[in-house]
Write a protein that binds this ligand. Structure first.
Ligand SMILES: NC(=O)c1ccc[n+]([C@@H]2O[C@H](COP(=O)([O-])OP(=O)(O)OC[C@H]3O[C@@H](n4cnc5c(N)ncnc54)[C@H](O)[C@@H]3O)[C@@H](O)[C@H]2O)c1
Length: 263
């Protein structure tokens, strides 16, 4: 995949999927500036500590980084075992704040990738609410909306529905800014440190059911190439869309062959 000499800002580099993506990008000749709460093990051009739940922390992190970017890979995320407001802050509001803070620092044709989740597959059921929260104009306004509009179910699912709808909604808008593009990757379960939390918040039986259908869960290296592809020059005409990387489970659900998991 053609990522040579791309300068990429990557969140979530210190673990799991973000670690695998960082290693692939640098091995293929891209440079990575890392944002995470923890220091990554992989070699990067620069690492800056950030708390994506705090817009002031994001602003201060960006002040410590010079220059412009060819790609932003929003990979960091937390599971639904964390407090709901923090889950929504990290997985949607912080991701959006970071993305929009960089609009004037992207090189022409830069690619924004959002790691959402198949856990957000029910987005169409509450599109009206999602459109409202996506239309909020700041981190603080979005957080206030979330506090005053209690949502059914796990905050993780809602945060990923919001990330998915935001991605689809922004495709045409970012194209007007120097032919940027934005796409989401929707992994199913992946063997990373947060999987144990998912078993707690979504139900171990449900996740075991998905595993039984496929024979195993994904590894970070099953998911990383899809994310790198969307960041690469090879995916230049793909914009405003979502790419499911779940080994086939969603297809079987959408075709009515297996019941939708209750998560
Ligand atoms: N593992 C799965 O089953 C799975 C499935 C679908 C989607 N995802 C998504 O993939 C992404 C990566 O998850 P993973 O499985 O690699 O998890 P992980 O726990 O291995 O990695 C998450 C990374 O995000 C960082 N992070 C967490 N909170 C942060 C914050 N407030 N500020 C800055 N950095 C923060 C962590 O330090 C860590 O390096 C997440 O967005 C997750 O929701 C994971």
């Amino acid at each position: 995949m053609d990522v040579k000499d791309l300068r990429c800002l990557v969140t979530g580099t210190a673990s799991g999927i973000g670690d695998a993506v960082t290693r692939r990008l640098t091995a293929a000749g891209a440079s990575v500036v890392s944002l995470d709460r923890h220091k990554p093990e992989a070699d990067v051009e620069q690492h800056v500590e950030v708390d994506l739940a705090d817009p002031a922390s994001i602003d201060s992190a960006l002040e410590q980084i010079d220059g412009s970017f060819d790609a932003l890979l929003n990979i960091a995320g937390i599971p639904g075992t964390a407090p709901a407001e923090r889950v929504f802050a990290v997985n949607f509001l912080g991701m959006r704040h970071l993305t929009e803070s960089l609009f004037d620092r992207f090189n022409p044709r830069a690619s924004i990738v959002v790691v959402s989740s198949t856990a957000g597959f029910q987005w169409a059921r509450r599109l009206d609410a999602l459109k409202e929260v996506v239309a909020t104009e700041s981190f603080a306004e979005g957080a206030e909306w979330f506090r005053t509009h209690p949502q059914e179910g796990n905050a993780y699912n809602f945060s990923k529905e919001a990330a998915t709808v935001y991605t689809m909604a922004m495709g045409a808008a970012v194209r007007e800014m120097g032919e940027l593009r934005i796409n989401a990757v929707l992994p199913g379960p992946v063997e990373t440190p947060i999987l144990a939390d998912f078993e707690q918040s979504m139900g171990k039986e449900t996740l075991d059911g998905v595993k039984a259908l496929l024979g195993r869960h994904a590894t970070p290296d099953d998911i990383a190439p899809t994310i790198v592809f969307l960041a690469s020059r090879d995916s230049g005409w793909i914009n405003g869309t979502t790419l499911i990387a779940d080994g086939g489970v969603s297809g079987a659900v959408f075709a009515g062959l297996v019941p939708a998991p209750e998560i």
